[in-house]
Design a protein around this ligand. Structure first.
Ligand code: TMP
Ligand code: ASP
Length: 255
């Protein structure tokens, strides 16, 4: 049987060994967690939606020249990606105050920020992913100053692109989290976007209704998470697998 080697298991994804050296299979689970795993639920269909949305966003980013680990989609829950050395930093870009910045700095949620703000968090669950500065990142050798420059430039390009993409479908991109990795090609190394971009890792607000279309539905017990993620996919024009109408076979054309 198909016994693939599990390389890494995270809270919402599993990485398996890929078919060729230097590749991995990224599998999206239905597990939904918040607050350092203290809140955990299986939400049927979430993984399929995140796989589809992330695939779409990574493909569009590749198209505009943002290097990513994404190679191609394999099935409803899995994608083939390049193996990279993950930089242990969560990069958060914020356009509007919400979540931790609203709390930490006492800014009312929904207040537009004077400009886009980039924050870094050290990936360490046992420490609750503490916020760190560039000084910490370079002093502890998590990334070099040049790598931080590349990461910030990429993060801002991703923010500009995603802001426009979502604005076009009536959604405000409040903030998001991305991760980067080092891709080694021969004796060359470059920084590429890794992990995922999905409603699990973004705050997405419906511009017309202010409804939350992201993981805050789960964090704040609002319900309707799958419906919200489906709405994001539907607006992006990529809701196929989950659309029962499209599953019922070919549409017959009357003569
Ligand atoms: P925060 O307001 O809780 O700091 O979150 C900022 C953004 O980063 C938000 O879109 C959610 C996302 N995020 C993650 O994807 N993973 C995390 O572990 C955290 C804390 C935030
Ligand atoms: N703290 C993260 C979040 O709320 C995820 C987690 O801790 O599992 O997005």
């Amino acid at each position: 049987m198909n016994r693939r080697r599990r390389v890494y298991e995270g809270k919402a994804k599993v990485l398996y060994e890929g078919p060729e050296p230097g590749t991995l299979i990224q599998h999206f689970k239905d597990d939904t967690t918040a607050f350092d795993n203290t809140k955990h639920e299986l939400i049927d269909g979430k993984g399929v939606l995140n796989n589809r949305i992330s695939e779409y966003i990574f493909t569009r980013l590749n198209d505009i020249g943002v290097p990513t680990h994404f190679i191609r989609s394999l099935n409803m829950r899995e994608q083939l990606v390049r193996e990279v050395e993950i930089i242990p930093i969560e990069v958060v870009v914020r356009n509007v105050a919400a979540g931790s910045i609203a709390k930490r700095l006492g800014i009312e949620e929904g207040t537009p920020l004077p400009r886009s703000i980039i924050e870094f968090y050290y990936k360490a669950d046992e420490l609750h992913d503490p916020m760190v500065s560039e000084e910490h990142i370079t002093a502890f050798g998590w990334a070099t100053p040049q790598e931080i420059d590349d990461i910030m430039a990429l993060a801002l390009r991703i923010n500009d692109f995603l802001t426009g993409l979502f604005l076009g479908v009536g959604i405000r991109l409040v903030d998001f989290k991305v991760e980067f990795g080092r891709l080694y090609e021969g004796d060359m190394m470059r920084i590429v976007l890794a992990d995922e971009i999905s409603p699990d890792s973004c705050r997405l607000w419906d511009i017309a209704t202010q409804d939350k279309l992201d993981k805050d539905r789960f964090r704040r017990d609002l319900g309707g998470l799958v419906e919200a993620y489906q709405e994001v996919a539907r607006r992006l024009g990529i809701l196929f697998e989950n659309d029962p109408k499209k599953r019922s076979g070919p549409t017959l054309v009357k003569s």
